[in-house]
Design a protein around this ligand. Sequence first.
Ligand code: FAD
Length: 286
Amino acid sequence: MKISEQLKNKSRTTSFEVFPPKNDAAYAPVEAAVDTLSGFQPDFISVTYGAGGGTSVNTPKIAAHIQNDLHIPALAHLTCASSSKQEIERIVLDLKAKGIENILALRGDLPENYAPDRNHYQYASELVTALREIGGFSVGAACYPEGHVEAASPEADLEHLKEKVDCGAEFLVTQMFFDNTALYSFLYRALKKGIDVPVLAGIMPVINKRQIARSCALSGTTLPSRFKVMIDKFSDNPEALKQAGIAYATEQIIDLIANGVNGIHIYTMNRPEVAGAIMHNLSSIL
Ligand code: FAD
């Protein structure tokens, strides 16, 4: 099923993100994690695409397993910065042959010494256009409540986001955020700009201090002080940090839903027990 149709027909969606294995040896545990996640009956599961194209085989493979064996709509991420237009077309046709109907169109982080190349799509908006021309997919794109790190200004970022939507992105998935007011402010500004497609809130349950410090530094995500205090307090006790991270994510989602945000996308980090605990906490809400 196309995610654009789901978002039209359902008043609320809950979805998960997983990342594919880099090599065959690691495939079975990821597939097992996905199988367990499917038991929580998400509306769809997205599969990331390794930076630099390193998962061009395993992203379609795990997405096909989700779509065809587990009968849950799969959303395959696809980045264009490191692949030629011909490579992109080959991957897209492979996804289509595998029955995948949904693609999250991304530029990807720029490789070191990146130089624009006419044979590559330069921005995600160009990939969105190409995917719409190929046809047959519901196409989504990324958005950044706190602005993308490279953006000249929040206003410029919003203008480029509007371009992505005008090119055919039918829904947006946010970068992780830990302060809901950042999302509310973004949604207000986006709507004012005419960006009226569904926005799914990306929620990252924090279970590892080092991982979160690194990815927040790279993405420019702000850490609210009560969140920092929580991490500092429990960083040397992994089980306590996991419990606190699950509680924080649960509370964030309750506040989002209470404020009318109807799409929740959980970054599971391939940890079904973490996503499962959140789903359990919200069993009467989601
Ligand atoms: P774009 O939308 O192209 O924007 C990139 C930058 O260029 C922004 O600063 C934007 O303001 C600017 N820009 C856009 N258009 C123009 C223009 N015409 N002129 C000038 N500036 C412009 N990375 C992966 O490698 N694999 C993944 O699976 C993956 N999944 C992700 C999922 C989500 C939900 C999110 C939020 C991010 C994900 N990323 C992933 C990270 C993403 O690839 C990086 O954040 C990347 O740096 C930007 O990608 P984008 O698609 O947002 O780029």
